[in-house]
Design a protein around this ligand. Structure first.
Ligand SMILES: [Zn+2]
Length: 272
């Protein structure tokens, strides 16, 4: 599932490329991915996109008439930036063609992503899952993060990945952040001290900032479309059985509800 560094890289890659281009046609080969209400996607023809924003795990493409195209790629949504004649990917869901001969394509193996075309910023909040979205983690400073998180009594990994508490972090980056902070993913929030929450905030920032730089560079080099997420630089997520880069013990892997949690028992003790 794309998380903050992946979505930031897509945003950084597309923003300068979409600038000054006009939409010439659209297609929705998997029509039910798109929830546009009475305005079909073809109402974008003749328009241009301006800024692209990210909010949690959503991308927001601002249209020159004030409308906003909101995309939630969910588990497997993938963007492609290609020449119009390029070979089509499997599960192609949405195509937006531009006047320079490029197409922005969206494919989605599990077809769980959603596209919405809404009238403006106020209408964004009516989109399912946006209504209850917590603050985007990148907008919080240390004190705001600590004030929000120290109320959470349950397992710290659940609080970090709950989009209603804090938007933008998912399964992969929560493992990286908790390893960086030396906090066991199953520690209960109630057992953490103020200093632990502060260390966790600093880990959020250092892991995400560093990863945004790495993923940006990778995407600038290889372009969009080969992957929906970029994970080669991660230190513990999906690294079960390999030595912890800090202490050398084996990284543990625990699967529950279809997703894997990875951590180091040496660096991330459950009881303190
Ligand atoms: Zn370790």
């Amino acid at each position: 599932m794309p998380e903050i560094p992946d979505l930031e890289a897509i945003r950084h890659y597309l923003t300068p490329r979409l600038e000054r281009l006009t939409v010439t046609s659209t297609a929705t080969p998997i029509p039910w991915l798109v929830r546009t209400g009475s305005d079909g996607m073809d109402s974008l023809v003749g328009h241009r996109f301006g800024e692209i924003h990210r909010l949690g795990k959503f991308l927001l493409f601002f249209v020159d008439d004030g409308r906003i195209l909101v995309v939630n790629p969910m588990l497997t949504g993938r963007f492609h930036w290609v020449e119009a004649g390029a070979r089509k990917p499997g599960m192609l869901g949405v195509v937006i063609a531009f006047d320079d001969g490029h197409e922005l394509r969206y494919s989605d193996q599990r077809r769980m992503g959603r596209w919405y075309l809404v009238d403006g910023p106020e209408a964004v909040t009516t989109i399912p899952q946006m209504e209850k979205l917590g603050p985007d983690v990148m907008t919080l400073d240390e004190d705001a993060f600590v004030a929000l998180m120290k109320k959470r009594r349950g397992q710290v990994k659940n609080s970090l990945t709950s989009q209603e508490v804090l938007a933008g972090i998912g399964n992969a980056y929560s493992d990286e952040i908790l390893w960086e902070a030396g906090i066991h993913p199953h520690r209960r929030g109630a057992t953490l001290e103020e200093e632990d929450w502060r260390r966790l905030f600093r880990a959020v920032r250092s892991v995400l900032d560093e990863s945004i730089g790495i993923v940006d560079e990778t995407v600038a080099g290889e372009g969009l479309g080969k992957k929906e997420e970029w994970r080669q630089h991660l230190k513990v997520h999906r690294r079960a059985g390999t030595p912890c880069p800090r202490c050398g013990r084996d990284i543990k892997g625990q699967v529950s509800g279809g997703s894997e949690t990875n951590y180091c028992v040496g660096c991330q003790p459950l009881f303190e």
